[in-house]
Ligand binder design. Structure first.
Ligand SMILES: C[S@@+](CC[C@H](N)C(=O)[O-])C[C@H]1O[C@@H](n2cnc3c(N)ncnc32)[C@H](O)[C@@H]1O
Length: 232
């Protein structure tokens, strides 16, 4: 008999950037540090989501693990998942050097399994755009069930405001070029051309239909969005 497994998105395929590439992963922190202070950003997010020692947090698309490590340093129980084995290997080495304990698992929005109501906090930064919108809804529907009834979901990503979208995207690409040369220019172009960033009104609709209530949101420069949600 047919099941969702027959038609679900294959989240292990690399879309746009190849995060299974050892060279790409080795460059990740350095290139992102051109436009993000990764540790400071992590601490800011932990404050925003009300992270407290002992809370159970699932970080999806953990990448090189900086956020997961900051969360573990704060005393949270952290499960960090990613579909890229290369990213996970890198993150594990970094966590070991930082002397923190984190459960790293291979998996993603659509493949991670935990019992219902497992998490106080679910976070994801710059990873949700790897799913097309149709599968974003299915992912959110799954995440709602994984969250405790008083849990919080935090999503940060390239989320584009509909007003002025063309100018904002062009200015963003120019800004990326000014801080990181051709590498970050191409990175940004590839993002819009081949990955699945979405508009604010689409994401907001998906969140609401999946049973979330948006309690805080901001969109910087018309395209860097943060959404903090509870279960409606
Ligand atoms: C741009 S990186 C973001 C890493 C990190 N969260 C950060 O803020 O820097 C995107 C990450 O999402 C992962 N990824 C891609 N598709 C995914 C999926 N369906 N589920 C979970 N992670 C995914 C990639 O392997 C990559 O490590």
């Amino acid at each position: 008999m047919t099941s969702i497994q027959d038609w679900i998105w294959n989240e292990r395929q690399q879309i746009g950037k190849d995060y299974e590439s050892v060279e790409e992963v080795a460059l990740y922190n350095e290139s992102h540090s051109e436009f993000r202070d990764l540790k400071l950003e992590s601490r800011e997010i932990l404050r925003l989501i009300g992270a407290k020692p002992g809370m159970k947090l699932l970080d999806i698309g953990c990448g090189t693990g900086i956020f997961a490590i900051e969360a573990a340093k704060k005393g949270l129980e952290v499960i960090a998942i990613d579909v890229s084995k290369t990213m996970l290997e890198y993150a594990k080495v970094t966590a070991k050097k930082a002397e923190v304990s984190i459960t790293f698992e291979e998996g993603g929005f659509l493949t991670h399994t935990s019992p219902p109501s497992s998490y106080d906090l679910i976070t994801s930064s710059f990873s949700f755009h790897h799913l097309p919108d149709f599968f974003k809804f299915i992912a959110l529907d799954r995440l709602r069930r994984l969250m405790k009834s008083d849990g919080k979901l935090f999503i940060q990503d390239v989320i584009v405001e509909h007003n002025n979208y063309e100018d904002n995207i062009n200015q963003f690409i120019d800004r990326q070029e000014s801080v990181g040369g051709d590498f970050l220019r191409e990175d940004a172009i590839q993002h819009f051309q081949s990955e699945y960033s979405t508009f604010d009104w689409v994401l907001e609709g998906l969140l609401k239909k999946a049973g979330f209530q948006i309690v805080d949101s901001s969109i910087q420069g018309g395209l860097l969005g943060r959404y903090l949600c509870t279960i409606a």
